[in-house]
Design a protein around this ligand. Structure first.
Ligand code: XMP
Length: 186
């Protein structure tokens, strides 16, 4: 799989250190705001890896829920339409909403709206990556990145590369096609 990656944008150890710092800061903010119990909502599938690492730095009472959100349909461009499956009960809950990446901002916006309509007591939005494309920002961002299609650490292309421990940029379509041809002739 490393062969398919043009360059690594964020190394594994950099991600791990940053996630720990950000999670601990979030916990401190909760203490300061007298919030002692939260519901963490992890958006599937992209935020699975990030969310799992983030919550393990939190030393507080929490429940975990998931929502399956999709707008990319496996490819490299957003369809512009956000589909949400299985919406949990959030009435009076303090929510930490975790997603992998902020691109057009449509996904976070759609989920945030539904959480408000569901009567959440508070909503904190958190993303690993922000492409700085849209005008909206999340409450917590681990890294700003250039506007390129990235994979790894939960992010996929056509369902693959989620298990890479780092975030990287895929080789161009032409380079990937050449790799496939080379593999076929090997
Ligand atoms: P929006 O545009 O709604 O996008 O902010 C959020 C969702 O789109 C997916 N996304 C990506 N997935 N590499 C990916 O693997 C990317 O560069 C990328 N950009 C957006 C992702 O599922 C995210 O939750």
């Amino acid at each position: 799989m490393r062969n398919d990656i043009e360059r690594v944008l964020i190394d594994e150890d950099v991600i791990q250190r940053r996630v720990e710092v950000v999670a601990k800061q979030f916990q401190q903010d909760c203490i300061d705001n007298d919030v002692h119990k939260i519901t963490v909502i992890i958006l599937l599938k992209g935020a699975l890896v990030f969310g799992a690492d983030f919550i393990r730095h939190l030393d507080m009472k929490l429940r975990i829920d998931t929502i399956h959100a999709s707008s990319y349909n496996g490819g490299k461009e957003s369809s512009g339409e956000v589909k949400l499956d299985h919406f949990p009960d959030v009435l009076n809950r303090d929510i930490l909403l975790i997603d992998d990446i902020l691109d057009t901002g449509l996904t976070i916006k759609a989920v945030r709206k539904k959480l408000s309509e569901g009567g959440a007591a508070s909503i904190t939005t958190c993303v690993l990556l922000d492409k700085r494309v849209s005008d909206s920002r999340c409450d917590i961002t681990c890294f700003d990145i250039p506007n390129e299609f990235v994979v790894g650490y939960g992010l996929d292309f056509e369902g693959h590369y989620r298990n890479l421990p780092y975030v990287g940029v895929l080789k161009s379509d032409a380079a990937m096609e050449k790799l496939r041809q080379d593999e076929l002739t090997d």
